[in-house]
Design a protein around this ligand. Structure first.
Ligand SMILES: Cc1ncc(COP(=O)(O)O)c(C=O)c1O
Length: 407
């Protein structure tokens, strides 16, 4: 296991106490992770020493900040094994990356009566853009079912593929059930019927080694802020042929090669999809987050989280009145959502907060999944490299306190 106590020393936020004198037990990394000092330092450094707009100025600062920004792009591409950094588009977050595909690919290539295949476990970010598109283009949306364990039903996936969807989109890892989907196999199955595949990697890239080339998907989206990086930076990987065929998403500066009073010619990849001034210091900060995670090793981080998750799963399943959503520990990543008798998750989270324990309560942007599970909401504990068994022990003690408070 990783030495999480030492790792916490890299994250200044763990120097503070919460609610008076309580140690911070941060179990909400699936919503957003904390940031190491190196990421904070590099962003400060950019603003103090190198800051200017990128790709435009012919002066020293503009050249330095452009160089730092493009080095960050290369670091992120290499991290997930994107063959060519021009296939990696900086967006604001996973949500924007998926919207980009829905808008720029979907609007151009889908027509009335076409099918899109999603799954029952998707985050709103991988539902609502397709609902918006379906309404506009009169497209039909199908869903792959989940089984009683909460795993995707691959037989049903194959059955749904018989509708010949033009696009198949699914999460690599569920932010509620913790399930890690067999994305390579699903991509192969979808490609066999000629579908385009988009993978929502918001919960996978921060926690597992991910090789986008090996998986073979056409589009793959993730966010910096869930993996020790800053907010305001997301990634969209795209198949080069598709990116070239698509029209731009947003129009403005940087995404053009030429503009006249009659029209414009779009820029080359990836700038064609990067309109306007991006989050420059944040993208460079993301590069530092990649260095930080690579320095520890994604295999090691994943293995650490598996051990923490197994420890938490065993402890929570012994807790009377507590029901864990989703499959057994070995089939999930570092996310455990649960219900506790008929105590509302907001009450659970509030009592835990009074003990310094940060969890997420609600529908976690997966309302349809909660409806499917026939529960209004759940409480979610999620783990990262800075969590250890002491954090899980604190969670279990906190839950016992919740039970006491609510009789
Ligand atoms: C599975 C999944 N997809 C998409 C998102 C959206 O990410 P962002 O808010 O960074 O766009 C999240 C965030 O929680 C998520 O867990």
């Amino acid at each position: 296991m990783l030495n999480s106590r030492n790792i916490r020393k890299d994250f200044p936020i763990f120097n503070r106490l919460v609610n008076g004198d309580k140690r911070l037990v941060y179990l909400d990394s699936a919503a957003s992770s904390q940031k190491p000092q190196t990421v904070l330092d590099i962003m400060n450094d950019v603003y103090e020493k190198h800051y200017a707009n990128i790709h435009r100025g012919i002066h020293a600062l503009a050249e330095e900040s452009t160089e730092l920004y493009e080095v960050a792009r290369k670091k992120v591409s290499d991290f997930v094994h994107i063959p060519d950094p021009t296939q990696m588009i900086f967006t604001r977050n996973t949500t924007e990356s998926i919207n980009l595909v829905a808008y720029a690919w979907g609007r151009k290539f889908l027509k009335t009566g076409d099918h899109i295949l999603l799954t029952r476990m998707e985050h709103h970010s991988n539902l609502v853009p397709w609902y918006m598109l379906a309404k506009e283009k009169d497209v039909k949306i199908d869903f792959t079912e989940i089984d009683e364990q909460g795993l995707l039903d691959l037989e049903d996936f194959q059955k749904q593929l018989n509708h010949k969807p033009k696009l198949v989109a699914f999460a690599h890892m569920s932010n509620v059930l913790g399930v890690i989907n067999p994305v390579k196999k699903m991509t192969e199955m979808a490609h066999r019927i000629g579908a385009i595949v988009l993978i929502d990697g918001a919960q996978s890239v921060p926690h597992l080694p991910v090789d986008i080339q090996d998986i073979g998907a056409d589009f793959y989206a993730f966010s910096a802020h869930k993996m020790c990086g800053p907010t305001g930076v997301g990634i969209l990987y795209g198949n080069k042929k598709l990116l070239n065929e698509m029209d731009p998403f947003l129009g403005g500066g940087d995404m053009i090669r030429k503009v006249t009073y009659d029209g414009f010619q779009p820029n080359e990849l990836p700038y064609k999809f990067e309109a306007g001034t991006p989050a420059i210091a944040e993208a460079i900060g993301f590069g530092a987050a990649i260095d930080y995670l690579s320095g520890i090793g994604m295999k090691e981080i994943h293995s650490h989280e598996c051990q923490i998750t197994a420890y938490a799963y065993d402890a929570l399943k012994e807790t009377a009145g507590l029901t864990i959503l989703g499959p057994s520990a070995e089939k999930r990543g570092g996310v455990i959502s649960f219900t506790l008798k008929d105590i509302h998750p907001h009450d659970v989270a509030q009592v835990l907060d009074s003990e310094g324990i940060a969890v997420r309560a609600g529908h976690h942007c997966a309302m349809p999944l909660h409806q499917k599970l026939d529960i209004p909401a759940s409480t979610r504990a999620s783990f990262y490299l800075y969590n250890d068994e002491a954090d899980i022990d604190a969670l279990v003690m906190g839950i016992n306190k919740v039970k006491k408070v609510f009789g």
